[in-house]
Design a protein around this ligand. Structure first.
Ligand code: SAH
Length: 439
């Protein structure tokens, strides 16, 4: 009952906050105080907004107003430092959000600068750990990890820790950088929907189907939760954002656009540090070009002709390559802006030299670059990862044709955090949420 009356503040802009505080007889400057506390300090509860009087905090709580910061339900840490978070919302649904710290020279892996710094060719041959992903043993280990976490959550000491999350964090991670001291260039990959409706044949997220759209607050909430957990704070810490997690941002267009605006205006992440990737929802590409605040645009091309693209991405039936290329060519690029095309290489399917030549033809004359992604494997995905020579050959043909082409280094494959791998533990999380006595 009470849940249905709750109003989450996260996701509200200044005007909406002003209206909300006005409705309880408060002056507009209260909206600024709330926005600061929520978006800059990332408080978890109304009670923590120290700039508000105790009386006002009580009044807001009485009205059912909450911050609405999502909960980190689980985290998996990769050998390469990537962290995959499982982030849960009030209704028990959850998504995955990925933190990719700098540190191993894998800048091209996060998608945020479309491989600008990746001229150097990266090692693609899967390491032992990556290869193990394809066998049941490693998957079982992943499940064991999730189960262990659930067990830990049930330990008696846990509730005490939860009363003081900061103390818990400090005990567990004394080596965490202090805010403003994160020297690197880190990237957060965020989700826009629970699951995805687009049905790309090589993507694990597609196997989930779409459960629902995320609200603007839930999109921003992922960023706030991860910034808090990593103890970093933009703009002092350099943070890139990619809307390349679960879901199709352009099928949740309004919420995505509002979230991007608030991330710029309130959280303090510059527009040029954000990239959104679309599978090719053509009408929204046109709309997006007219937005005042807009992240950089990436388009998942993934095939060089209509027959192949329709097979791999059924949405191509609705918006074919001609329509997609027309939208891309009409897209109003800003100074020094390029469109990025992502191309997932599937061994023996779309990685032939002929495919590369067709891509050159498609993109000729466009201010664009191509990010090549060798397939990240997963159970239920019936394609193979091409070898490094094959990827190099494809890249070389593009470059010879005048198209800047980069290879995106896989990040966090060993924990299912790489492109197209965000799926498995959502199911785990959902079943846990349903069986957990606390929900
Ligand atoms: N729905 C949007 C946002 C997701 S971005 C889009 O499709 O663009 C995820 C990127 O990872 C896309 O470029 C997608 O083509 C790519 N991808 C999907 N599955 C993959 C896989 N198994 N291996 C490598 N890349 C994959």
């Amino acid at each position: 009952m009470k849940d249905s009356l709750q109003i989450a503040l996260l996701g509200l802009d200044r005007d909406e906050l002003t209206a909300l505080v006005g409705g309880i007889g408060e002056r507009p400057y209260r909206a600024r105080q709330i926005a600061d506390a929520m978006y800059r300090q990332r408080v978890e509860s109304i009670g923590q907004i120290s700039t508000l009087s105790q009386e006002l905090r009580a009044k807001l709580a009485e009205k059912g107003v909450t911050i609405g910061l999502p909960r980190i339900e689980n985290r998996f840490v990769s050998q390469d430092g990537t962290v995959r978070y499982l982030i849960g919302f009030a209704d028990g649904q959850s998504v995955e959000t990925v933190w990719m710290p700098e540190g191993d020279g894998g800048e091209a892996g996060d998608g945020s600068e479309a491989g600008e710094q990746a001229e150097r060719f990266v090692e693609l041959t899967p390491s032992g750990a990556e290869a193990r992903l394809e066998n049941g043993e490693s998957i079982a280990a992943l499940k064991r990890c999730a189960t262990q976490k659930q067990e830990q959550d049930r330990q008696p000491g846990c509730s005490q820790d939860q009363q003081d999350p900061q103390a818990q964090e400090d005990r567990q991670r004394p080596d965490r950088p202090k805010q403003g001291q994160n020297q690197g260039r880190s990237t957060i990959c965020i989700s826009s929907q629970v699951g995805c409706a687009v049905d790309c044949q090589f993507c694990l997220t597609a196997l989930l189907g779409v459960k629902r759209n995320l609200t603007a607050g839930e999109i921003i909430g992922q960023v706030c939760a991860v910034l808090k957990d990593q103890n970093v704070s933009p703009p002092e810490d350099r943070i890139n954002l990619v809307f390349m997690g679960m879901g199709e941002p352009f099928l949740n267009y309004e919420n995505f656009v509002k979230a991007a605006r608030l991330l710029v205006e309130e959280v303090g992440i510059a527009e040029r540090r954000m990239t959104v990737s679309t599978a090719g929802i053509v009408p929204r590409i046109h709309d997006f070009g007219a937005e005042k605040i807009r992240p950089k645009l990436a388009i998942s091309l993934n095939a060089s002709n209509d027959a192949l693209r329709t097979r791999l991405m059924p949405l191509n039936k609705k918006w074919n390559l001609e329509m997609l290329m027309a939208a891309a060519r009409a897209y109003p690029l800003r100074t020094r802006e390029w469109i990025t095309f992502e191309y997932v290489l599937l061994g023996g399917v779309n990685d032939e030299p002929q495919n590369a030549r067709e891509v050159v033809e498609l993109l000729k004359g466009m201010r664009c670059k191509v990010n090549l992604i060798a397939l990240n494997p997963g159970p239920g995905i019936d394609f193979t990862t091409p070898g490094v020579e094959r990827v190099t050959e494809f890249q070389n043909i593009l470059r010879a044709g005048g198209i800047p082409a980069f290879v995106r280094r896989p990040r966090g494959r060993d924990i299912y955090a790489a492109c197209g791998q965000l799926k498995r533990t959502v199911e785990t999380a959902t079943s846990r949420a349903l069986s957990s006595p606390s929900v």
